[in-house]
Design a binder for this molecule. Sequence first.
Ligand SMILES: *Cc1c(COP(=O)(O)O)cnc(C)c1O
Length: 367
Amino acid sequence: MVATERVIKVYPLLRIDVAKLRHNAQTLVDLAKSFSISIWGVTKVLGGAPPVGAAMLAGGVTALADSRLTNLRRLASSFPDTPKVLLRLPSPRQAEAVVHIAACSLNSEWTTLQALSQAAVAAQRQHRVLLMVDVGDLREGLWPDQVIPFVKRAIGLPGLQIAGLGTNLTCYGGVIPSPKNLGILVDLARELERQGLVQCEIVSGGNSSSLQLLQEGKIPRGINNLRLGESLILGRETVSRHPIAGLHTDAVVLQAEVVEVKQKPSVPVGHIGQDAFGNKPVFVDRGLQRRAIVAIGKQDVDPGGLAPLDPGITVLGASSDHLLLDVGAYPGKVKVGQVFSFGLNYAALLAASTSAYVHKVYKNYEE
Ligand SMILES: *Cc1c(COP(=O)(O)O)cnc(C)c1O
């Protein structure tokens, strides 16, 4: 469902402005470069779409990274020579596909490394491995005291090259990157080198949540890579979700059509049981309301993550296929067939970009 701008007019529609994405990528790449840090462009929230990969590469990212092999395959057909990185830990079963599709993968399990090693040898390839270290967020990674013994074993595996260490923060535990927790990663990398075990070419200090530290100049020396998705695409850092100065926050916009406009009470009439999703809704009486229904719902998007871009509009709620709006403060008349635009948070974007019902249009994209 990739279309160019001329063929649109099918809603709901995710408009992805690749010129804005390129600008965001370039701005972050330049900022990171001043600290000798390279950026991998993370495409997963947009499903590894090639126009998105192209924009990130034009902005100067050194690799494209995604959590899904399916997405990396999509990218591989457009960018065969660009290094591609698998972000989610592979399973041993995926080893063969991983060594064919990805130049590098993130890992923390011995069984998986053995499988990758065998697959790499069989394919006569070198596969690069970034070992993940858990410095506190409790998602993936070796506990710091396990890293050195693990590396001692892993360096013997043929077909694999330990490219360095990485960590991931602010994903499960919400732990904020700090000089202290990122310092653990750098210290481990230096210790591996001091013991002559591996030369850590990559020391990857996290995702978009590390940007604030970078902007404040507090990223520990020795971190030389970041993996950026949300900040690059939505223009926000991800500790407090503040817009990043100089970045576009509207590179991706969701558009949908109005299918009903009516004056109705703000409180339902009758005894209130459960809504379509088994919740008991609560209402505040605001008298009569000018309400509109937009043809988009939970099958397309996470409605709570939508921010109306048109003035005077409030989201009241949603069912699977209907988004309810209070349009009382909208300047002018709202008409059936009118198109409203919404900004999206990460959850809403993830759902919209994954929904088969949402069309995708790439603005400023030249094939
Ligand atoms: C998703 C992901 C990223 C990118 O995270 P953002 O918050 O979108 O920048 C980086 N690293 C890993 C391992 C990921 O899974």
